[in-house]
Design a protein around this ligand. Structure first.
Ligand code: ATP
Ligand code: MG
Length: 440
């Protein structure tokens, strides 16, 4: 990508109303633009990151055996009246009337709608287990939208829903999702810690939140010390083969803590707990027959008897994750994207656009990088060298290749590792070797 052709409205000044670093950097790097309170447009760079995060999540759901569907943003109030949640949900739900005075709402979550789809088509245990997921915008009229995309009113969520014929198999479905969450956050370059949680308005008997540790997190959490050093001995897994083993590993590990715990609880005091703050990036619930009973989602068991189906629901805050990744990966100069979701692998910087040898060297490298199937953002603009370097640090691509007249003369070029700040001076051949060798 040529930077001169890329819509990247970088801000020089720190925006006044932004309080936390991810919000500041997202605005400064031209990733988002506020449209109204808690509602944002995603500009090209923001959209690339949101898509990268979404793709990782989607792929993991498919690996875990879930089927992708797409439900609408607007839902009929009728199904919410059936489940009993229409009144309960309160002011966070945006209620709308159509021209025929029918009650609609902008979906804050989808348990009702997916249950309606399920009950229309599945009547027997033979269709189970089943997991349906979608990736769709949600609306919650939050009391205090803040911190940019972290607590928006409109936000992108991946939500999956599992259906099973009995309690045991639905716990197994829950565990599959638990493990797939550990996998997907890791694949985003994030350490997300699972914690036992309240089931809240979604209800049910079992629930975990996945928390990214950050000083700016809204939730106060108490972690068992071991979690911080735990690097997740988690390799990419084969769901069929490794599931039980992974579940066992984590069950023994996460038994620890609870948000909002009782500090007088002796059991908790005996653990080595650290008080810290975190960002909730995912939340999974097992709630059994809570919706299937009132909504009459009944399946026939293999003994011929009927039962309301057992369900769970599994959310990932995709747009919140963009902010969470930045909270977890930045320094004073800007964002430091993890390799896994970086918008491009290389930032090629021409310190003197218009200078023939700088231009030629950059063009060759630009071609070479793409031939090796890496992505590259080429700063071919005619701004000052200092401004280009500062912008590159703000954008935070994993590697910067810096080409200027001095390097051309000395036949040595700077390769900067954005994460550790180290700059190597390499000959053209060494540089192309680096690119060749997959040396990310
Ligand atoms: P929170 O406690 O942060 O308000 P929640 O528990 O109400 O979130 P869930 O119903 O569990 O949210 O939704 C699943 C995921 O969607 C959350 O884990 C979070 O990552 C994301 N999410 C929820 N509300 C918002 C919001 N207002 N803005 C951005 N993401 C959100
Ligand atoms: Mg939650």
């Amino acid at each position: 990508m040529l930077l001169s052709r890329f819509f990247l409205p970088v801000l020089k000044e720190t925006p006044k109303d932004a309080e936390i670093v991810s919000h500041i950097y997202m605005l400064r790097a031209g990733m988002i633009q506020q449209s109204s309170s808690g509602i944002y447009s995603w500009l090209p760079l923001g959209k690339i990151i949101l898509d990268n995060i979404t793709d990782i999540c989607r792929n993991e759901m498919i690996l875990a055996g879930a089927n992708e569907i797409l439900m609408p943003t607007l839902q009929s109030a009728n199904i919410w009246k059936e489940s009993g949640r229409y009144e309960d949900y309160g002011k966070e739900m945006l209620r709308i009337k159509d021209r025929n005075e029918r009650d609609l709402l902008y979906g804050p979550t989808n348990e009702e709608l997916v249950t309606e789809i399920f009950r229309t088509h599945v009547k027997s245990y033979k269709g189970l287990p089943l997991n349906l997921f979608h990736i769709q915008w949600k609306f919650r009229d939050e009391l205090r939208p803040r911190f940019g995309v972290m607590r928006g009113r409109e936000f992108l969520m991946k939500d999956a829903y599992s259906f099973d014929v009995d309690y045991e198999s639905s716990i197994k479905s829950y565990n599959i999702m638990f493990i797939s969450y550990m996998q997907l956050f890791k694949k985003m370059g994030l350490k997300a810690i699972p914690m036992k949680a309240d089931t809240g308005p979604i209800g049910g008997d079992l629930s975990h939140e996945f928390i990214v540790i950050a000083d700016t997190g809204e939730s106060e959490v108490f972690l068992e010390e071991d979690f911080l050093s735990f690097e997740g001995s988690l390799n990419e897994i084969n769901y069929e083969r490794d599931l039980q083993n992974e579940v066992d590993k984590f069950t023994s590990f996460y038994a620890a803590t609870e948000e909002k715990h009782n500090p007088n609880d002796k059991k908790i005091q005996s653990l080595n707990l650290i008080k810290t703050r975190g960002i909730e990036v995912g939340h999974i619930f097992h709630f059994g027959q809570k919706y299937s009973k009132p909504m009459n989602a009944i399946v026939n068991k293999n003994d011929g008897k009927n039962t309301p189906v057992y369900m769970g629901s599994y959310g990932v805050g995709l747009s919140r994750l963009v902010g969470a990744v930045i909270e977890a990966n930045h320094d004073k100069d800007g964002i430091v994207w993890p390799q896994e979701i970086a918008p491009w692998h290389y930032n090629l910087i021409n310190l003197k656009s218009g200078d023939k040898s700088c231009d030629d060297t950059c063009k060759n490298l630009y071609k070479l990088i793409q031939e090796k199937n890496y992505t590259v953002l080429y700063d071919d603009t005619d701004e000052r060298a200092g401004a280009k370097l500062a912008r590159a640090d703000l954008l935070g691509l994993p590697f910067q290749i810096i080409i200027g007249p001095k390097g051309i003369k000395e036949k040595l070029f700077d390769l900067k590792n954005r994460k550790n700040g180290k700059i190597e001076r390499l000959s053209y051949d060494e540089l192309s070797n680096f690119i060749n060798q997959n040396n990310r």
